[in-house]
Design a protein around this ligand. Structure first.
Ligand SMILES: Cc1cc2nc3c(=O)[nH]c(=O)nc-3n(C[C@H](O)[C@H](O)[C@H](O)COP(=O)(O)OP(=O)(O)OC[C@H]3O[C@@H](n4cnc5c(N)ncnc54)[C@H](O)[C@@H]3O)c2cc1C
Length: 400
């Protein structure tokens, strides 16, 4: 979105641009550009987090007292937008956007003092243990048991689709501490150490050939009760709070950068010759529709970010945002694949595998078109499927 900035924000944008120019190493920018998953691998996002943290810019959306920047909404937008343009590696949202705000909201003073600085410094890398085989959309049906034993809980069961669990040293998870009452009752929210004996992480390879998600098995895993966030049997309250940050947090700056890349691709020489895709009226119409959808997301996003930043509850707006963003993301991926043409074929994916001795062909941006398209099919499923988000909107907005 073209912004007309006042002097303060223009100066801020220039400051961010200069910082990125001077501090974003070329190899991290390259890794950010080639990333095709929902966020980068820790080998790339942790060094970038360290650089940001040294500058005090790791968590723009956190309150200042916990290490936030104190920026206004426009500054946060400008920062996200400049990072997306520069191709910075995308930071893991699990600590900064998800469990961090929950620890601020529900943690004890000891938990805040211990965990929050470790998230900023990248000393802790978190994963989310919500879903189980058979409990995804109907999350409250989860069965992983936590039995009280003195100062500990003993965990048995399994979590699935756990993104980057193979890299994480900590997990925030939901466990069942009681089977009495409604399914939502009897759930407890725990913070645990992934190195605890009895935890086993098994990979699940995605359709794009990548190892991003896992199944995690728990066999008599002893977790101290000091790792509980909120009250026993009241974890559902914390879980719902976190989901609003998961769905409402982040920004569409990455989508805007991706759509700009599509335009560059559409103006490129097509594989095998012929006219540029940009001159095709049908493509131009789909591009324009997508751009309009994206602009309306930016406006909703500002309202949600403002509500979250002022400690408010964005309510159904976070479901609207999650649905609109992920569906627009998929539209952009479709345009990118179309623009990559023959260069977007599946064999390009093989060239991206570590150690592959295959030279990719065609322009650099076409290399990521197919894996992004495949990976992002999951975007309308994770974080609560879009069908379920529509149920939330129907209930809360339309009162159906
Ligand atoms: C790539 C990826 C990464 C993920 N990462 C994590 C993670 O890090 N941590 C974590 O805990 N989970 C993670 N998930 C799990 C994700 O949250 C669940 O997949 C999601 O909530 C859907 O649950 P499910 O897979 O069990 O599908 P189901 O709930 O079985 O749904 C199957 C289909 O039925 C539809 N459906 C279900 N209920 C309704 C309803 N009431 N009304 C209308 N339609 C309905 C769904 O929309 C879906 O299309 C991830 C998933 C993916 C794909």
């Amino acid at each position: 979105m073209k912004l007309s900035l006042d002097k303060k924000h223009e100066d801020f944008r220039d400051e961010v641009r200069t910082f990125l120019k001077e501090n974003l190493p070329a190899e991290l920018a390259e890794a950010g550009r080639l990333n095709t998953s929902s966020f980068s691998e820790p080998q790339h996002n942790l060094p970038w987090l360290k650089i940001l943290n040294e500058k005090g810019w790791a968590a723009p959306h956190w309150p200042k007292e916990y290490g936030g920047t104190g920026w206004d909404e426009m500054q946060k937008y400008i920062f996200a937008s400049e990072c997306a343009r520069a191709g910075t590696p995308s930071l893991s949202p699990m600590g900064l956007q998800m469990v961090g705000p929950c620890i601020m909201g529900y943690g004890t003073e000891e938990q805040k003092a211990f965990y929050l600085p470790r998230i900023l410094a990248g000393e802790d890398y978190w994963c989310q243990g919500y879903s189980e085989p058979g409990s995804g959309s109907d999350l409250a049906s989860l069965q992983m048991k936590a039995v009280s034993d003195g100062d500990d809980y003993i965990l048995n069961g399994s979590k699935i689709w756990t993104t980057q669990a193979h890299h994480a040293n900590r997990m925030f998870c939901l466990v069942r501490t009681s089977s009495d009452g409604k399914p939502q009752q009897g759930i407890t929210f725990l913070l645990l150490d992934m190195k605890t004996p009895g935890i086993r992480v098994e990979p699940i390879i995605t359709i794009a050939g990548e190892h991003e998600v896992n199944q995690v098995f728990f066999d008599d895993v002893r977790v101290p009760k000091s790792g509980r966030l909120g009250e026993e049997d009241d974890g559902w309250t914390v879980a719902k709070y976190l989901l609003e940050f998961e769905r409402g947090g982040g920004s569409s700056a990455g989508l805007e950068a991706a759509l700009e890349r599509v335009l560059v691709m559409a103006h490129a020489e097509p594989a095998g010759g012929g006219t540029q895709l940009a001159s095709d009226p049908a493509f131009a119409r789909r591009y324009a529709d997508t751009k309009i959808a994206l602009e309306s997301i930016v406006i909703t996003e500002k309202r949600v970010t403002a509500a979250l930043a002022s400690g408010g509850n964005p309510g159904p707006a976070s479901s609207m945002l999650k649905t609109a963003r992920t569906e627009t993301l998929q539209r952009i991926d479709e345009l990118a694949l179309e623009a990559a043409g023959l260069y977007g074929n599946v064999s390009q994916m093989a060239a991206r595998q570590p150690g592959a001795n295959i030279e990719p062909v065609g322009p650099a941006h076409s290399l990521t078109a197919m894996p992004r398209y495949l990976n992002n099919r999951a975007a309308t499923i994770y974080g609560g499927s879009n069908e379920v988000q529509r149920n939330v909107m129907a209930k809360l907005l339309l009162r159906l």
